[in-house]
Design a protein around this ligand. Structure first.
Ligand SMILES: NC(=O)c1ccc[n+]([C@@H]2O[C@H](COP(=O)([O-])OP(=O)(O)OC[C@H]3O[C@@H](n4cnc5c(N)ncnc54)[C@H](OP(=O)(O)O)[C@@H]3O)[C@@H](O)[C@H]2O)c1
Length: 401
């Protein structure tokens, strides 16, 4: 993620917090609000997943306890309520992502380390006297990615978060709005001017981004060929119905798309090819992406935003010369940094749809994170994130932290 957080932006006292420890020793139990782990003097006990070298999550993640001093000036002490486990978070831990958080010593761990996670909904536990935009009890989300959200609490300056009106929302909805739905929204709006009735095609259509695109596209009257990896029997039929219900006009498996007859099939659906497919959204890559490019109409655009298959794409010269196709990329982190106002407007619009019941959540697999939750349970959930054919997106749901 482009925004590397300045060290001064995140203020965390490492575990020593000698003053608070002494005080706690003198007044062992009554001093701590057990539910919130806050001492009488305002020190918050926190836990963070951390890593100090890149690798497989199960090999490099650790759970670290530390304390956070009371906030001053415009600092906020935040309690995390919900934070998703997105593919990019794992790629950052593996060290394979385009932007990697710096390893720092701010958590007081001997090895410089980073906290994974890029998206969350937080509750403001306390605010410094200089904080103007939020107050205790408010919900906030990060303005940029790269914050390190897989932790029970953090302290950060108010300019790095945006207040969210929590009325009518669940924390996991606010905590998953900034990346996937915003990506889908911008890709449908910013690369081709689609009008009602226009066609687009997308792979990974059952992903978080894919499901958001289906719903937004349906709202705006777009027709979609939704490509998913095939499932056997009833499971495949069920997914097909689910995606049609969300907004897909046609659902095909990747095998069906790769078959020789696919082009003819698309021609039939698009009024003999008179209604051209203008846009393709690609998060898979490889030959499967090129099969989508083959059905794009002249002057069409493919937007690549992910590479789940890890396979490179081979673009035929004729696609560029004769079909005049455009191949673009989209990265929501960069776009958000470059368009902060538009990002806020997009988030607000989607949150309003959620409140009105007009935008459905991605299927979620809740991963409870309580004060006593074992490291292994958290790490197992992280490790499983990149496995295919999952039931839903993993989301840390924070309980009695
Ligand atoms: N560029 C950006 O700004 C941006 C923003 C958000 C997301 N993304 C990227 O978009 C992609 C989807 O993210 P998400 O959070 O929406 O995903 P998600 O909800 O976690 O779902 C993962 C998707 O990837 C598919 N998949 C997994 N392994 C695959 C493989 N080997 N080959 C083909 N498909 C595979 C899954 O299909 P099955 O169900 O069949 O396994 C599922 O559709 C990721 O690559 C992510 O990094 C990019």
């Amino acid at each position: 993620m482009p925004s590397q957080w300045p060290k001064s932006a995140i203020s965390i006292s490492p575990r020593p917090c000698i003053r608070s420890q002494c005080l706690m020793e003198r007044h062992p139990k009554p001093d701590l609000d057990r539910r919130r782990n806050i001492s009488t003097y305002g020190y918050v006990q926190a836990k963070s997943l951390v890593y100090s070298k890149h690798g497989s999550p199960q090999d490099v993640l650790d759970l670290h306890t530390h304390s956070i001093s009371p906030p001053h000036s415009s600092l906020l002490t935040l309690r995390t309520l919900a934070s998703p486990l997105n593919p990019a978070d794992i790629n950052q831990i593996q060290g394979t992502y385009a932007s990697l958080p710096s390893f720092t010593s701010t958590l007081g761990i001997p090895q410089p380390s980073a906290v994974p996670g890029n998206e969350a909904c937080f509750e403001v536990l306390s605010a410094g006297s200089g904080a103007k935009t939020v107050q205790k009890g408010d919900w906030v989300i990060a303005r940029h990615t790269g914050l390190g959200t897989w932790r029970t609490h953090l302290q950060i300056s108010e300019e790095h978060v945006t207040r969210v009106d929590k009325e009518g929302l669940r924390a996991e909805q606010a905590g998953t709005v900034s990346v996937n739905p915003v990506t889908a929204y911008r890709m449908l709006k910013d690369f081709k001017t689609l009008k009602e009735g226009d066609w687009y095609i997308q792979n990974g259509a059952n992903s978080g981004v894919g499901r958001a695109a289906l719903q937004l596209g349906k709202r705006w009257g777009y027709r979609c060929i939704a490509v998913v990896r095939g499932r056997p029997g009833e499971e495949g039929e069920k997914l097909k119905r689910e995606l049609e219900d969300l907004g897909a006009t046609r659902v095909v498996s990747d095998e069906e798309m790769m078959a020789r007859e696919f082009k003819e099939q698309v021609k039939e659906w698009t009024n003999g090819g008179k209604e051209e497919i203008k846009l393709a959204l690609n998060c898979v890559g490889g030959d499967a992406a090129m099969a989508m490019a083959k059905v794009l109409g002249e002057g069409g655009c493919m937007v690549t935003y992910g590479a789940m298959s890890k396979s490179p794409m081979r673009v035929g010269a004729s696609m560029l010369i004769f079909k005049d196709l455009r191949f673009e990329g989209f990265w929501v982190s960069r776009w958000s940094d470059q368009h902060p106002e538009e990002k806020k407007r997009t988030v607000d619009e989607i949150l309003d749809l959620i409140r009105k019941g007009e935008f459905r959540d991605v299927p979620m697999v809740e991963v409870p994170w309580n004060w006593d939750t074992k490291k292994e349970e958290l790490v197992d959930a992280v490790q499983g994130t990149l496995e295919g054919f999952r039931k839903g997106k993993g989301v840390f749901i924070f309980g009695d932290t």
